[in-house]
Design a protein around this ligand. Sequence first.
Ligand SMILES: C[S@@+](CC[C@H](N)C(=O)[O-])C[C@H]1O[C@@H](n2cnc3c(N)ncnc32)[C@H](O)[C@@H]1O
Length: 247
Amino acid sequence: MKKMYQKDWFGIPFQSFGKMSSHKLADSEFYSNFYKEFFKNYSSYDDLKEDWKKSKLELAEWIAGRISKGKVLSIGSGLSFMEKVMHENYKSLEVHVQDYASVSLKWIQNVLPKNQIHFVGNKIQIDDFNIVFLSNVDYSIPKETLAEILNDIQNYMHPNSELIIMNTTTIFSDLKLSTIQKTKNIIKYILTILKLYSKGQFWGWQRTPEEYREILSESNLQFIEDGVIYPGGVKHYFIVGEKLKNI
Ligand SMILES: C[S@@+](CC[C@H](N)C(=O)[O-])C[C@H]1O[C@@H](n2cnc3c(N)ncnc32)[C@H](O)[C@@H]1O
């Protein structure tokens, strides 16, 4: 596991809407403030970059390709572009979204029926989702909380349904640092103390495939498969777990 820091997102510097902290993890309040700023700069899905949309479109197609019909829930759906594509292109799928920064769901509210949009705090009343997925979300969740969330999600899942985690943050190489990297880190540390360098906002963690397999097992999910895909040419790690029958 390796900590990640970030200074901007979608071209919006975090300093433009608040103070960055390299110690406090970006939480729902941080994401809500970010999305408020985001919507001042972008007014519809048309404003988003084509290569970003291509990657999300291919990822959506990959997920949709795993079932012929049924209910799909996306946790941490954010702008929900993938979910819009699934809803519009796969009529046999009933697509649901949820994000703890509800302000992020502004655009998808014009696309999905109301009962398919879930706000944190309102209990999801459905217990037969065929696929639940987290796309580029887990990085922001501490390991223990992630295992708790994955355990809880199974209350909403149909027996033998799939839980999919996918992201662009997984690290595949050895976590041991090279001497050059160690030296760079020491220099950054000194510059940080001298207030000459800011690491940026504490954004979350990069994890290894082994850590994801461990999290799945701690969450009582049966490991099905993991691997790498390249939607829109962007490397994504994915791991699929199945809900155990006796849960
Ligand atoms: C990088 S965005 C990814 C959005 C979208 N899934 C995608 O792939 O484009 C991460 C999203 O996860 C949401 N998030 C982070 N932790 C969450 C949690 N514990 N529960 C629900 N949403 C969460 C954030 O608010 C943010 O919108």
